[in-house]
Design a protein around this ligand. Structure first.
Ligand code: GDP
Ligand code: GDP
Length: 436
């Protein structure tokens, strides 16, 4: 199920990225560092009072060579297009400016709920100054301070209360939703056409709703699939469509709705930084992942080429060690018939439930082979483990003290679980909880 999206807009220097970081909090993981996602990130998962959502900092989408007002205008348009709720930030120390009014005008024409936040209200005496901002026409302004972390709770309460009812299409259970993501020109459209047939019909164009994704149903060997695409790819022509960050944002939306994501790489060009970022998001979202190396026909190969490429991928995508790799050509159709069976396998791992009794045997054996190291005289004790969720498979282990579960030991346990149950192509999650 896709999470609702909050977009942050406002002219430069009002504090958008400060607020974004506050909302996102300490979510920077090791994986992201490896994937290079942390740097200038503009999109993240977050949650407030158990409500999960995604946040975009539209200010981070630079639109080079565009005049100031044009940039602001386009960022506001992106917010309208991508978000369920918009947080419009203004600067409480400067009053309403022309640029604020320009943003307001664009937002006003959209049907999206807008919450107005007056930032840099660092102390209570300044609260009286927010009333000027009623003039912008978005109702009650919310005074906040990004740098002091004030007022954000009320702001998020309001934003979350404004989420629309879900407009998601429901498919029959067991339908596999998948998408192809990757940089421009890696061959996504060619692969899609080769997989689904050139004359595929677009069945559900739910344009006009929040999620204007295009879904293409397809049946192969009695299994139902839905290929998730985004409408934006079809209505090219807007200036921002071609910016790197915007194309990542598009991929993210497809990732959100998919069970299995095919990360497409161009064999001719090798692995690029952006490939890693895109794959990093798919991993973070907990989707099943297959690495598809396309344009395999373009290489002069010998019997070592595939091994070398595989080693390279494993080194560069360390966090994706579980993802199967397939070398294909949309042009010659080499190995394309294998794609659907691999999608099935990954989907099955992604949805697999294991028995608690077997799980606990695996963990007991793992601990016997490799006991948890001591830390400050205390040793981690594992009492019991259970699977609490699928898609991705998520396990809770009850322990004496969760702080003793170090990253490397957690990896070791994850790998044992993965090996025994063959969770191919899916991330698995292991959460330590203190036994009460
Ligand atoms: P953006 O361009 O809208 O993303 O703005 P930034 O988040 O980069 O913030 C611009 C400047 O305003 C930075 O120097 C921040 O430290 C500062 N700033 C952000 N929030 C606050 C706040 O609540 N109070 C004060 N006094 N300064 C803030
Ligand atoms: P997209 O932007 O990722 O959707 O990429 P396209 O499917 O539009 O392909 C970009 C270009 O690569 C086109 O000129 C395709 O004909 C070409 N192409 C796609 N797949 C292959 C392939 O497997 N081998 C070769 N040689 N060219 C390919």
């Amino acid at each position: 199920m896709a999470k609702p999206v909050i977009a942050i807009v406002g002219r430069p220097n009002v504090g958008k990225s400060t607020i974004f970081n506050r909302i996102v909090g300490e979510r920077i993981s090791i994986v992201e560092d490896v994937a290079g996602v942390t740097r200038d990130r503009i999109y993240s998962a977050s949650e407030w009072l158990t409500q999960q959502f995604n946040v975009i900092d539209t200010g981070g989408i630079e639109l080079s060579d565009e005049p100031f007002m044009e940039q602001i205008r386009q960022q506001a348009e992106i917010a309208i297009e991508e978000a369920d709720v918009i947080i419009f930030i203004v600067n409480g120390r400067e009053g309403v400016t022309d640029a604020d009014e320009a943003v307001a005008k664009i937002l006003y024409r959209s049907n999206k709920p807008v919450v107005l936040a007056v930032n840099k209200v660092d102390n209570p005496e300044m609260r009286s100054e927010i009333y000027d901002f009623y003039a912008l026409g978005f109702g009650e302004p919310y005074p906040i301070s990004g740098s002091h972390g004030l007022g954000l709770g009320d702001l998020l309460d309001k934003a979350i209360a404004s989420f629309p009812e879900k407009d998601e299409i429901e498919y029959e259970e067991g339908t596999i939703k998948f998408s192809l993501i990757g940089r421009p020109n890696v061959g996504k459209s060619s692969l899609i056409n080769a997989m689904l047939g050139e004359e595929r019909v677009i069945v559900s164009d739910i344009a006009g709703t929040t999620r204007d994704a295009i879904d293409t149903p397809h049946t192969f060997d009695d299994q139902e699939y839905v290929m998730i695409d985004t409408a934006g790819m079809r209505k090219k022509g807007k200036v921002y469509e071609n910016t790197e960050k915007y194309s990542i944002l598009r991929a993210l939306r497809a990732i959100e709705r998919s069970d299995v994501v095919l990360v497409v790489i161009n064999a001719e060009e090798g692995i690029r930084e952006q490939d890693k970022k895109i794959a990093g998001y798919a991993h973070e979202a907990g989707r099943g992942i297959i690495i598809v190396v396309n344009k395999w026909d373009t290489l002069d190969k010998d019997n070592k080429t595939m091994d070398k490429f595989t080693t390279d991928i494993r080194e560069q995508f360390i966090f994706l060690d579980y993802a199967p790799i397939i070398f294909v050509s949309a042009l010659t159709k080499q190995r394309l018939p294998k794609l659907f069976p691999i999608i099935n396998d990954v989907y099955n791992s992604h949805s697999m439930r294991v028995q608690s009794s077997v799980l606990n045997e695996v963990i007991t054996d793992a601990v016997a082979i490799n006991p948890a190291p001591q830390d400050k005289g205390q040793r981690l004790r594992i009492y019991y483990a259970t699977q609490v969720a699928i898609q991705p498979p998520t396990f809770v282990v009850f322990v004496n003290n969760p702080e003793l579960m170090h990253f490397s030991y957690q990896r070791f346990l994850e790998n044992r679980i993965r090996d025994v149950f063959t969770f191919e192509g899916t991330p698995i999650r292991l959460i330590s909880r203190q036994r009460k």
